[in-house]
Design a protein around this ligand. Structure first.
Ligand code: KIV
Length: 264
């Protein structure tokens, strides 16, 4: 199996092949997702909620992220691995440099992800100049849940939609190699995806993004109140590997997300 790289993902965008991503936090699930053909595994700080039982991602530490990334790396042979820099671990560029280096060197991440807009452009530039690839994350930013006043769809009015588009452009310009767009209206996600050369991975951002990501526990029906944009793929599958394969084929075929998983 040829490992997926950032170049692979860029080429997939260019030829219009959808990128299938899921989160994973340990070696067994990473191996199952890898075998199912998942292109990109996110070691998300969502682990704070689905693994550690917290009510937000804020308590997750850098040590937690390093530990779970190491586990995922051991299980995965093919997928590109993107790990979240946790809450307040990239408040300054200097802090981001040291912490991203640890995620890559000690954890084995291929890329780091950080949440926020144009204010992060200098940090993204500094990281990428030093060989640390960056995935930006815009729209609903779970680490800013208290600032945002809850888990809500973002970019619904003209001014916030324009800010999201200009943030996306600024982060690409600064060197970001991927963008996660979370909980934004379908048409805005389409506009941002078309405006950028980098691959855009949506979660609750409609069908027009270059790829899709979901939290593994939502896909496996383990979340008591799953978000509208997710789907339980285990419901119609015989086992977890079949559910992961069904997710990959639905994303590749453009069948997921359907209109009922998207926001207008
Ligand atoms: O924390 C996470 O798992 C994430 C992805 C779902 C985008 O940020």
């Amino acid at each position: 199996m040829k490992p997926v790289t950032l170049t692979t993902l860029r080429e997939m965008k260019q030829r219009g092949e959808k990128i299938a991503c899921l989160t994973a936090y340990d070696a067994s699930f990473a191996a199952a997702l890898d075998a199912a053909g998942v292109d990109l595994i996110m070691v998300g700080d969502s682990l704070g909620m689905v693994v550690q039982g917290h009510d937000s991602t804020l308590p997750v530490t850098l040590a937690d992220m390093i530990y779970h990334t190491r586990c995922v790396r051991r299980g995965s042979q093919r997928a590109f691995i993107v790990t979240d820099l946790p809450f307040m671990s990239y408040a300054s560029s200097a802090q981001a440099l040291g912490n991203a280096a640890r995620l890559m060197q000690e954890g084995g991440a291929h890329m780091v992800k950080l949440e926020g807009g144009a204010w992060l452009a200098d940090t993204v530039h500094e990281l990428t100049q030093r060989g640390m690839p960056v995935c930006a994350h815009l729209g609903l930013l779970p680490q800013s849940v208290h600032q945002l006043g809850g888990y809500r769809v973002q970019g619904r009015d003209v001014s916030s939609a324009q800010t999201l588009l200009s943030d996306a452009r600024a982060l690409e310009q600064a060197g970001a190699g991927l963008l996660v767009l979370e909980c934004v209206p379908d048409t805005l996600a389409q506009q941002i995806t078309q405006a950028l050369k980098l691959p855009v991975i949506g979660i609750g951002a409609g069908a027009h993004c270059d790829g899709q990501v979901l939290v593994l526990h939502d896909v496996l029906g383990l979340t008591p109140k799953p978000p509208k944009f997710s789907k339980n793929f285990l419901h119609d599958a015989a086992d977890i590997p079949s559910a992961a394969r069904a997710y990959v084929s639905a994303v590749k075929a453009g069948e997921f997300p359907a209109p009922e998983h998207s926001f207008q």
